[in-house]
Design a protein around this ligand. Sequence first.
Ligand SMILES: Cc1cc2nc3c(=O)[nH]c(=O)nc-3n(C[C@H](O)[C@H](O)[C@H](O)COP(=O)(O)OP(=O)(O)OC[C@H]3O[C@@H](n4cnc5c(N)ncnc54)[C@H](O)[C@@H]3O)c2cc1C
Length: 124
Amino acid sequence: MATHLRGETSLEEARFVLFSEETYGLFARALRELTADAIFVELGLKPNSEMVADLVELEPDGRIKIDAQNRTSKPGIFAAGDVTNVYAEQVLIAVGEGAKAALAAYEYLLEQPVEEKAATDTWR
Ligand SMILES: Cc1cc2nc3c(=O)[nH]c(=O)nc-3n(C[C@H](O)[C@H](O)[C@H](O)COP(=O)(O)OP(=O)(O)OC[C@H]3O[C@@H](n4cnc5c(N)ncnc54)[C@H](O)[C@@H]3O)c2cc1C
């Protein structure tokens, strides 16, 4: 946690307090201060799931709940990637999850009953 940033036109000093989640607030003596020349600011991630918020179940933080086949709580709606509750936000994981979702959607479509006989089976 950054506690102090100093500098006129650029950063000259930054101080952080290091803590572990378990000890924070409980064992103040376990905290350690670190002085650094530079910092990387990590922005929080906010899942852009508003468009399906009324359709599928979401986690309290807004991520879409999916099962191992990328199915959401609504049959026929699949989700993949960072917007879901899958572990870790990484490109390779998102790509794999996208492939899984596509396969699961394909399988879902194959299972749907065919309502009308095709008008013709001749290719045009
Ligand atoms: C700064 C940064 C650095 C990263 N570095 C790494 C790294 O080094 N290695 C690594 O593996 N991963 C890294 N990641 C994570 C990686 O980028 C993500 O895990 C990955 O891009 C997730 O892919 P995605 O398809 O789920 O989501 P995204 O790549 O976020 O794609 C979602 C797409 O949906 C679009 N979209 C959103 N809402 C709507 C809407 N309502 N209508 C239409 N389109 C919409 C967005 O514009 C976007 O194009 C990094 C991420 C960030 C932010």
